[in-house]
Ligand binder design. Structure first.
Ligand SMILES: Nc1ncnc2c1ncn2[C@@H]1O[C@H](COP(=O)(O)OP(=O)(O)OP(=O)(O)O)[C@@H](O)[C@H]1O
Ligand SMILES: [Mg+2]
Length: 270
């Protein structure tokens, strides 16, 4: 709607987890480095946590894009599945066709796949997003999956990604064994105040290298105040204020426009 007004090719502030828009904040850079290192160094389990909307799923997608052919990956976005459904989803996401849909059959197929990859000296990564929703029973099954290939169990790198409740869950006494297996942990904090302006202009430039949208420093400060650095909230607010700017024919977004955007998002009309 407002795209041509600001010379944008795409919507700059979608709330989808498109890695093409990834802004390498200090935290996101560190998180990605931890992930890459964990995979290369075969650290077993890796835990990535972060508050809602801080970019965990986007980061996973960016990681998957960065892997070369020697790393085989499966990405399970919504692991709210039964044990057998999860196993089947994993097998399928590795590009295999389940031969036998029993638990034993699927485990065997996964095991054979792991052994085959080991022979070729490939790395194998499983990413379970939204892992805070996994029950303790399923998490325990996941731990046992990593035992499938016994002698070199760390062939299989499993990345658990989730909101902070994941960490609480992993601290419970019935998951002690899994907790001990976690070789790398990283928590993604929201963007730092000083990063907000670059984040916003980065997304705008990806959406339109010659875009004409501008924000005053006061507008940026307001966006920080509202979002506290959470990217999803920044996106929702920026989408709103660009629309308001277009309607009011203001290419430069002021603090007042941001205030209005916040009121609309919060549903507090005057
Ligand atoms: N570093 C970043 N660079 C660019 N965009 C980002 C970044 N981090 C987050 N975003 C954007 O913020 C929004 C929310 O990100 P994402 O869905 O990855 O968060 P999440 O942590 O997985 O959220 P949830 O806790 O709900 O699963 C998306 O639109 C995403 O593109
Ligand atoms: Mg997510």
């Amino acid at each position: 709607m407002y795209l041509s007004y600001y010379d944008l090719k795409d919507k700059p502030f979608n709330v989808t987890s498109d890695p093409g828009f990834l802004f390498m904040s200090k935290r996101h850079k560190e998180a990605l480095a931890h992930l890459s290192f964990g995979i290369q160094d075969r650290k077993g389990f890796i835990e990535i946590t972060g508050e809602i909307g801080t970019g965990k799923t986007t980061l996973c997608r960016a990681l998957l894009n960065s892997l070369d052919a020697t790393t085989k990956s499966a990405f399970i976005l919504n692991p709210n599945l039964s044990e057998i459904q999860l196993l089947q989803a994993i097998v399928e996401d590795f590009g295999l066709t389940p031969k036998n849909r029993t638990k034993l059959g699927l485990q065997k197929q996964l095991n054979n796949f792991l052994i085959e990859q080991l022979k070729q000296d490939n790395n194998v990564v499983l990413i379970l997003d939204e892992a805070q929703n996994l029950s303790s029973t399923i998490l325990e099954h996941v731990r046992m999956l990593s035992n499938l290939e016994t002698e070199k169990s760390k062939l299989f790198q499993i990345i658990l990604v989730g909101q902070p409740e994941l960490r609480t869950k992993l601290n419970s006494s019935n998951l002690k064994q899994l907790k001990q297996r976690i070789g790398i942990r990283y928590h993604i904090f929201p963007l730092h105040k000083d990063e907000i302006v670059n984040y916003i202009y980065h997304r705008l430039s990806v959406a339109g290298p010659n875009h004409t949208a501008r924000f005053t420093q006061h507008a940026i400060d307001k966006i920080y105040q509202y979002s506290e650095g959470t990217p999803r909230l920044i996106n929702m607010l920026c989408d709103k204020v660009l629309l308001l700017g277009f309607v009011q024919e203001k290419k430069t977004i002021s603090e007042e426009v941001v205030d209005q955007g916040i009121r609309e998002l919060e549903g507090t009309f005057e």
